[in-house]
Design a protein around this ligand. Structure first.
Ligand code: GUN
Ligand code: ZN
Length: 646
């Protein structure tokens, strides 16, 4: 099984996932194929919607003698006429729906293997939300036991081991940790169908988070039974890679149409808000006049069009770095989804999510509403302001929100102030305090907020603002040049460039980085065109370049030496195995499987020091993964090497 990250945003990822029957891209949707009643054949699905992978039920096949015989003789791919990857389920869901069903947990895994399933599922014990803790615990224990027994029967079939644990986060996490130790390939999150059916999305989110926290991050995760596109963006943002949909057929048979924001009965629709081939060909009234079976087919097609389009949108959003915007907009369409989004405001969840969030993004951070301020990337920048930023003086002049970049917008006033006194300058922005010298750093310059901000965001940024300036003498900007001199003893003139590079390096590399980097003769080279800082030399050595896109630094080998000497192991380090050292020395990128250790604080797109096991600096590069990912993935690049230490 090969699974590697190609792109990422939030805790979501675009991956390549390789099976015996080909490679697919995730996040993706697996339409459920009922071998007894195919509304649309898998072959047709591939043609119409670009379906890459389907799921069918091995228990149903094994129950019908005719199907069973054919499946065993010719294989599952012939049986349902599909040459791409096929996942099979085990009948665990039927046990939940129909009560006790007679299935042998090991026989059903062997059967899936013998009919040539690409991904077979264990017979997990479906943990409904109403279970007592004790009951849920029993189910988890049995699920783990069956997972272990199934692993030795899988041969070359990929094995899906489901996380159960009802709505008990600690049981979910424990189950996830235990099954991650097993030789399995694929991890569905199970038991969520009753939660989905009752729109208990907040509980679904808690189930996903606790499961993901225990799971091996290098394996695909499937949210079992979540087929409505309503939940896709949020679930993907939390790290779900695959979905299965029987909803498209179930709803169609019931005369219901799926839309990204919900479901509507065709009989209640005057004009269909959709431009898929079905809705382009038929008007609502024409559809209503169709025979029942014809109507079901057309609605199933529409439902799949909508579902697959949603997947494309989500993958695009990941590539563009605006998945949180899609999530926030989608969740606004349903009050229960808003409740689910609120779960992410808990500090412990922000801390978990922040580990996956890249240092900066291609796109500006767009405000969509009162949740935006709670995004993990804003949480990070607030933490860094409080923990890494050094106030130079004990008086701060505060500016109101203005045009960006603030240092240009307020340049006249700033000059005026600096002529008279040395003070800190901070903008009270909608996303919190912005020291003026950080005004070009992501996301301060690269964010778009409305002029009038909602009250919750005001309150949230005020809290951070107050904390940031506690014990500080604060002067409003209008009074800044008329108020008494606050820093008469300070003679040195403020050098804005030096202040900018110091503040950015502390924020980016850690407290004290500026001390390490700028302890010598500093030369700052600016762009002739924009006047912005480009390159920084210390004692003649090129140590940093500043990126115009996010106002952050690219670390040069000269700078890497200084940080390596200053910060103790493991800070900023990625340690590679001896075998990989010659490759790194040649400038080749570091593959995840060669990473031995890593600074737990490193996050995707962070600059890092590549070292050997003796902490000798080999090269400088840019991380694509966080620590737990680097240590778990067998495939893909962990660090893009930029410059070697030769
Ligand atoms: N289909 C929907 N939910 C589940 C689940 O929890 N386990 C299995 N095996 N299949 C499912
Ligand atoms: Zn349509």
């Amino acid at each position: 099984m090969k699974f590697e990250i190609k792109d990422r945003d939030a805790a979501g990822r675009v991956c390549k996932f390789t099976t015996k029957h080909g490679t697919i891209t995730t996040p993706n949707l697996m339409p459920v194929v009922n071998p007894n009643k195919m509304l649309i054949s898998p072959r047709e699905m591939k043609k119409l919607f670009g379906t890459e992978i389907v799921i069918t039920n091995s228990y149903v096949i094994s129950k019908y003698e005719e199907l069973k015989k054919k499946a065993l003789q010719n294989g599952i791919h012939k049986l349902i006429d599909f040459d791409g990857p096929i996942m099979t389920d085990s009948g665990a869901f039927q046990t939940y729906v129909y009560g006790d069903v007679d299935i042998d947990p090991i026989e059903i895994v062997k059967f899936q293997r013998d009919i040539g399933s690409d991904i077979g599922t264990i017979l997990d014990v479906f943990g409904t939300p109403d279970l007592t803790r004790k009951e849920a615990e029993g189910g988890v224990k049995e699920t783990i036991k069956r997972a272990k027994m199934s692993a030795s029967e899988k041969n070359d079939m990929l094995l899906a081991c489901t996380v159960q644990g009802s709505i008990y986060p600690d049981l979910r996490m424990k189950c996830a940790k235990e099954i991650s130790k097993i030789d399995a390939d694929f991890y569905p999150i199970g038991g969520v169908v009753p939660l989905m059916e009752n729109q208990r999305y907040a509980d679904v989110v808690r189930c996903i988070i606790s499961s993901k926290q225990g799971l091996d991050p290098s394996k695909p995760v499937h949210l079992f039974g979540a087929g409505h596109p309503l939940i896709f963006p949020l679930a993907v943002a939390l790290g779900c890679d695959l979905f299965d949909s029987s909803a498209y057929a179930k709803y169609a048979t019931d005369g219901r149409m799926i839309f990204p924001w919900g479901t509507e009965k065709i009989m209640n629709i005057n004009e269909i808000p959709c431009c898929c081939p079905v809705c382009t060909k038929f008007t609502a009234s024409e559809l209503k006049k169709l025979e029942k079976s014809d109507l079901s087919l057309r609605l199933a097609e529409h439902n799949l069009h909508v579902s697959f389009t949603e997947m494309k949108k989500i993958r695009n959003a990941i590539a563009e770095g605006n998945l949180w915007e899609v999530v926030e907009r989608r969740t606004s369409s349903n009050p229960y989804l808003l409740d689910a989004l609120k779960v992410l405001r808990k500090t412990e969840n922000k801390i978990w999510l922040e580990k996956f969030e890249s240092v900066s993004k291609n796109k500006a951070l767009f405000y969509t509403g009162n949740h935006t301020i709670h995004r993990p990337i804003i949480y990070r920048i607030h933490r860094r302001l409080l923990n890494r930023y050094e106030h130079l003086y004990n008086t701060t002049v505060v500016f109101p929100e203005g045009n960006k970049p603030y240092s240009t917008y307020y340049s006249r006033k700033i000059k005026e102030i600096f002529k008279k006194k040395n003070v800190n300058l901070v903008v009270r922005s909608h996303l919190g305090p912005v020291p003026i010298e950080l005004d070009e750093m992501y996301p301060f310059a690269q964010s778009v907020f409305p002029k009038d901000i909602d009250i919750e965001t005001q309150e949230e940024s005020r809290k951070i603002f107050d904390e940031f300036l506690k014990e500080m003498k604060v002067i409003p900007w209008k009074e800044s040049t008329t108020s008494p001199e606050p820093d008469v003893s300070e003679k040195k003139k403020t050098d804005m460039d030096l202040r900018r590079i110091s503040a950015v390096s502390d924020m980016q590399f850690g407290k004290g980085a500026s001390e390490a980097l700028f302890n010598g003769q500093i030369e700052i080279v600016k762009s002739k065109k924009t006047g912005k800082i480009r390159n920084i030399y210390c004692d003649g050595k090129h140590i940093l370049s500043m990126r115009a896109s996010d106002g952050m630094f690219t670390l040069k080998i000269g700078g890497a030496h200084l940080l390596h000497k200053f910060f103790k192991y493991p800070m900023l380090r990625v340690v590679v195995e001896e075998d990989a050292v010659p490759f790194v020395r040649e400038g080749k990128s570091v593959f995840a499987k060669f990473v031995k250790d890593c600074d737990p604080a490193l996050i995707p797109l962070d600059e890092c020091l590549i070292v050997n096991t003796k902490d000798t600096l080999l090269a400088v590069g840019r991380c694509l993964l966080n620590k737990t990912e680097m240590l778990s993935f067998d495939y893909g690049i962990a660090v893009k090497t930029r410059e070697t230490n030769n």
